[in-house]
Ligand binder design. Structure first.
Ligand SMILES: [Zn+2]
Length: 487
């Protein structure tokens, strides 16, 4: 069975398990991969796809890294993903052509969607045509924008509302996953790409947690979301007391105000945090509501993809913070993912993980873990998350190890055992880090590639972006793949 037939078969099997909003277990276990079936993917900025050097670059990534698929950030309002940093007047948007018949129910207009930086060029079409010559497929990668596009009121209108009734404008909040116009737009993007272009598949992701989890972070005062009319309506339908939930969020806000002022509650931070949950169980119900909102959206995107073309795999970027935070990890349950996923891409960026985890240990869980110094938070998390990494004070100079890559890959593979969902982890190749912290090396990249397959993955996504990678580190990834018979 070749790769195309395999995908057709598994996609049809998965599509058959989804109907309406009911999610039934997927059935077909994935066969062992052969050499030809290994996915080796490369995310890439739009500017390169629109540029004169595209053919040479595709040849380079194929030769060095054994790349079989491009994952372009084809719809983005973020400068660095577009590859247009510091460009005056940058706006971004869809670098493909929106075909408006697919966007029924959306409020964004063609002008709202269509990016203007590359004039009339259909960058997705151009990329597909160029990549085909190299035997490379194209999977549009839509990553939710961290900030609301400026000057676009129809975007703003889709953003979450906090417990005080205020509209949010950006990270760490974002568009509400229940907003019908947002869902119509995003579903339209999936359907448009699947029906209008010869894509190989598609990936979507959002790098943010709920309002509740965001509020527990010391680093950034965040907003208690979402209390929009659609979330409130769903809450009432589920029998959740909206006003009690709102009061619970206010209690968390009060606790975090004390935490920021270093005024330790009489009973300590953990007990006080737990007491808030005890007094306002509606908080947990609201958190469950938020998580279901995202999973419902993913299941809907999956259905739209399968309705458009059952042969095309649909999968998800899984944010790296899931590997650092036990509360977030609980919400990103691979056992749930298997019902609406052809593949998942856990972000297991080991080098930059050192600096990221170091920062997170002192702020990310500062609400419940406020009584512990950061070094002890790190040790506690290693135990809770089953990680074996360097002591807290060494982390920024050591980074995380390849062992982390293997453990997190294995966790995803085991969580999806018995399903047809494939695991294609994203590994760190020169993701930018602050000065004075550890940097990627060819040996480290090779170890990470080996760890991905030792953990049971069937593919790999070289990450985060071709433009960030040193040639020798991309070659090292390719060398490891070739040694494994994967390229
Ligand atoms: Zn909402």
């Amino acid at each position: 069975m070749n790769r195309r037939d395999f995908i057709k078969m598994t996609a049809a099997g998965a599509g058959a398990t989804l109907s309406g909003s009911s999610l039934l277990p997927a059935q077909t276990p994935a066969p062992a991969p052969t050499r030809q079936e290994t996915m080796v993917a490369m995310p890439i900025s739009v500017a390169i796809l629109a540029g004169p050097d595209l053919d040479r670059i595709l040849g380079d990534m194929k030769e060095r890294g054994g790349v079989t698929a491009l994952f372009p950030f084809i719809y983005t309002h973020e400068e660095h993903r577009a590859g247009l940093d510091h460009q005056p007047g940058f706006r971004g948007g869809n670098y493909a052509i929106p075909h408006m018949e697919h966007y029924q129910g959306a409020t964004l207009t063609y002008e709202d969607m269509r990016a203007t930086e590359h004039g009339d060029v259909d960058v997705l079409d151009r990329a597909i045509t160029a990549a085909r010559k190299h035997g490379i497929k194209v999977f549009p990668f839509v990553l939710e924008d961290n900030h609301c596009p400026a000057g676009m009121p129809r975007w703003t209108d889709m953003y979450e509302i906090d417990a005080h009734g205020r509209r949010v404008t950006g990270h760490p909040s974002g568009p509400c996953k229940r907003h019908p116009a947002y869902r119509a737009w995003l579903g339209g993007v999936v359907e448009d790409y699947a029906r209008s272009y010869d894509i190989g598949g598609m990936m979507w992701g959002a790098e943010r947690g709920s309002g509740f989890l965001n509020m527990l972070n010391l680093g950034e005062v965040s907003r208690p979301t979402c209390f929009c009319e659609y979330c409130q309506r769903q809450a009432r339908a589920d029998g959740i007391d909206v006003e009690r939930a709102r009061q619970g969020f206010f209690a968390v806000e009060k606790l975090m105000r004390e935490r920021r002022a270093n005024r330790r509650p009489v009973d300590g931070y953990f007990t006080s945090f737990w007491r808030v949950l005890l007094n306002y169980p509606e908080l947990i119900a609201w958190e469950n509501l938020w998580v279901r909102g995202r999973h419902d959206l993913q299941a809907e995107l999956y259905r739209r993809m399968k309705a458009a073309n059952p042969a095309l795999p649909m999968g998800w970027h899984v944010w790296q913070t899931v590997t650092f935070n036990p509360f977030l990890r609980a919400e990103e349950d691979y056992g749930v993912y298997q019902h609406f996923s052809d593949f998942v891409r856990p972000a297991v960026y080991n080098n930059c993980a050192g600096e990221r985890f170091h920062a997170g240990a002192s702020s990310g869980l500062a609400g419940p873990y406020g009584d512990l110094p950061p070094a002890q938070v790190a040790e506690l998390l290693y135990h809770e998350l089953d990680l074996k990494e360097a002591p807290y004070d060494k982390l920024v100079t050591t980074g995380f190890s390849a062992d982390y890559v293997k453990r997190e890959t294995r966790r995803a593979v085991d969580g999806l055992a018995g399903s047809k969902t494939q695991v294609w982890p994203g590994i760190d190749i020169d993701i930018p880090v602050p000065a004075g912290t550890s940097h990627c090396t060819p040996e480290g990249v090779k170890a990470a590639v080996r760890a991905v397959f030792a953990g049971g993955a069937t593919g790999i996504i070289l990450s985060r972006n071709y433009v960030e990678m040193k040639p020798e580190n991309l070659s090292a990834a390719g060398d490891a793949l070739r040694e494994l018979g994967r390229a």
